[in-house]
Design a protein around this ligand. Sequence first.
Ligand code: ADP
Ligand code: MG
Length: 704
Amino acid sequence: MSEYINVAETFGCDVFNDAVMQARLPKKVYKELKKTMEEGKELTMEIADVIAHEMKEWAIEKGATHYSHWFQPLTGVTAEKHDAFITAPMENGKVLMSFSGKELIKGEPDASSFPSGGLRATFEARGYTAWDCTSPAFVRHDSAGGTLCIPTAFCSYTGEALDQKTPLLRSMEALNVQALRLIRLFGNTTSKKVIPSVGAEQEYFLIDRDKWLQRKDLTYTGRTLFGAMPPKGQEMDDHYLGTIRQRVSAYMKEVNEECWKLGVTAKTQHNEVAPAQHELAPIYAPANIAADQNQIMMRIMKRVATRHGMRCLLHEKPFAGLNGSGKHNNWSLTTDDGINLLEPGRNPHENIQFLLVLTCILKAVDTHADLLRESAADVGNDHRLGGQEAPPAIISVFLGEQLEDVLEQLISTGTATHSIKGRKLETGVKTLPDFMKDATDRNRTSPFAFTGNKFEFRMVGSRDSISECNVVLNTITAEVFKEACDRLEAAEDFQMGVHNLIKEYAIQHQRIVFNGNGYAAEWEAEAQRRGLPNLKSMVDAIPALTTEKAVKLFETFGVFTKAELESRAEIQYDLYAKAINIEARTMIDIATKQIIPAVIKYTTVLAQSINTVKAAGVNEVSVQTDLLKKTSKLLKNTNQAMARLAKLLEKIKELPEGEARARYCRDKIVPAMAALRQPVDELEMIVDKEMWPMPSYGDLIFEV
Ligand code: ADP
Ligand code: MG
């Protein structure tokens, strides 16, 4: 490991980025490629061949022996298949290193082993990967050597999306079309593109790898399924932004360096609320690049941890009773020439555009709150959302006092005619404050908060891809922009039309705005009064994908077909049921093979002690006897709870796959798991620590 690196020099050194392309590609080819990147123009094979050749030469210089189409199927992790650059041996027995345009643009992995949620019926097993030239290729170095990774989208042969990226690219395009219409109406003739910008703050835990290996629950499921709280948890708030331990600092340093080499802008790192919990945030980038970079970052975080004798836990809730981990998805709309549509402007005119964009987003989020909630649905996230640590499962929008006040003025100032000329709106708009970020004004309990010049969607789970929520944000915003543009283009008086729209949207969707405490029980009741959905679990959230409203939305903008949505719902149910099944089986395994034997040993020791003490002529053995009774009772409870869980698990097979199994798991298995955990955690509190078969919470989180 190097002592010192020159960040400016090493940044992006393993990336086939713009600078490399400009330097290495013939001018004409470079121009054609840029056109494709900017306008989505198709590349000719001739051009693709030249790019592929240069990319290969560059990659080989960087030590690459293989190339790989890198994609994100619906398994939740990235997938890749590696091919060496070599060609068949020539007559002289040597090989050439080759890589064609065709190989760059299109790959053909067998799709049959990836989740397709029923789509498989409509296509043959084959799928293909297509180069996403807007996200740069890179050379990754690991024990497999150097691999040229080419970011791709993954589709079935009939064009159905089988991955996270395809819908994301489609949604970005849909949003671009409508957002351009909107800014043109406001007189912008120069911007050529509107891009959703995303910065995802990643939370994670770091624990010692040897201890991790001793916890079957962590190794099989990513979270602890048993574990009593240590005497000290996170109540002292002494970890958040606290001094970073040396071992962790060394880890962070290496993570940063690896990120930087691959062009990932790792920027901010700090300790989080729970002991052993940390966060890393990059600088924002176009949504598809941000999604790719987040995947790259998560992989680096895991690999570097192993090298440092640690394990990086990306699960949403590794430890009950401590904060879980999420991923804050910061989202804004930026033009290619650097204008942020969520930046309140300097003059009233710009402010009106800002207010329209803002109220359109309010309408979008209110109309599709269920979809946005669904986009963050994940098995692990069920433990987090609504748990007094992360936003509740109810979607609402936090605007901050000043903006909420502006909206209220808009709503209360009579008709729009009056409001345009009326003093109040004029003042309201003119005095729109410069929304400089104000740390004291943060509402940490809000799932969707306006933070100065961007929205921060805080529901996403730490393991999850950020694609889903951005697909939803982009598409629902495109829908309202379209409606607004349709109306404004037809309006006789544009100014009046805009004011009417802002007011209408603000009034109709005011219910989604909530600036109070999202953790409070009153909010749940209030939200119910307002008619806002409260989808508590992943299983409750999944149906949002296939409502008539959702199908219409996604089909209108070419983001998902009905079949694709149905397949995604199917995959989600399946993932849920499978994950719960694995957790339940792991619990039974640990209880049978580790906990019960350990407790029996402990009771034997107690019984022996009673006999030995008595044999020595002392009759005072009440402590041992009490403990023995208590332990034996808990042991019995454990065994009963385990038998019950095992019996319930047996029944799953009788149910049809998909929704039925998922519901059964949530309603029957999850409570039975909790019932098994309870006596075990109680036992952990009384059994001799020397005899407890695995590291405790305290060992895991305080001894990193
Ligand atoms: P905050 O303090 O509000 O959390 P930070 O400056 O720490 O804001 O940024 C948090 C994340 O938001 C970072 O990943 C950052 O790059 C990203 N971010 C900042 N501005 C924008 C923007 N306009 N659009 C999208 N993401 C942004
Ligand atoms: Mg933040």
